[in-house]
Design a protein around this ligand. Sequence first.
Ligand code: PLP
Length: 287
Amino acid sequence: MGRIAYVNGAYVRHADAAVHIEDRGYQFADAVYEVWAMSGGRLCDPEGHFTRLERSLGELSIDMPMTRAALTTVLKETIRRNRIRDGLVYLQVSRGVAPRDHVFPASPIAPAVVVTVKRTDPVAAEARAAAGVGVLTTPENRWGRCDIKTVGLLPNVLAKQAAKEAGAAEAWFIDADGLVTEGASSNAWIVTSEGVLVTRDTGANILRGVTRETLLEVARTANIRIEERAFSLTEACSAREAFFTGAGALLLPVVSIDGRAVGDGRPGPVATRLRSLYIESARAAAI
Ligand code: PLP
């Protein structure tokens, strides 16, 4: 059986799925998205992603295309039709289709909705986490509303490609003050030499990662000292451990930054423990 996508009310063969050439997401990146990790065919961190979706849409004055309950049914039906247990669910909502004009359409149009599901390999993911990954730093060059999860991701795409070409798994953006903002598709964390867990506060121009929120709860429950504050690249390079979080990566230990080892150059105990605690907790709460 081939892959199935949901497009504007219909479940269609992935190979045939298409949006209109005047979809505003396609022409202006006038669209938002969400990605859910899946565990055993269920959605991880469901509510956090719906809450952020509603907020992103609200910030752009795009209507929620359907209720949370109806959207949940669509996501779960797309998962079911693809017969995938471990993977990622992608939802994109654009303002809709209208003759090309920068300003919003004068009369209301229906948002366009696309859902796809992709299989992931949990064994390969565990091996990757056990080995740890490298990150490449790059100057922050994104717009001032990174809290909105829009599909306007060109700086992230270029940063991630540069990371890949350097043999790294993720790019970390560094702002003009030498502070780490976040990853190209993840939030950045360090563990200081005093054992304090540090991640950038959400007052900064970053995406409020849902995995980040859940992991903060997990770390609090595990009685780990936490500071939500900015940290510099210099502090990250001399940290005991570093890692990043996101629905795709879950939690991946960082063993090098720009080719220089972090700590002893191996995944640290805090990152390793938090990864398994996060997975356990996300699995238990998946719907
Ligand atoms: N920051 C950016 C720029 C992202 O694109 C993502 C995920 O795609 C994240 C952080 C992590 O967010 P989440 O944990 O909700 O997946």
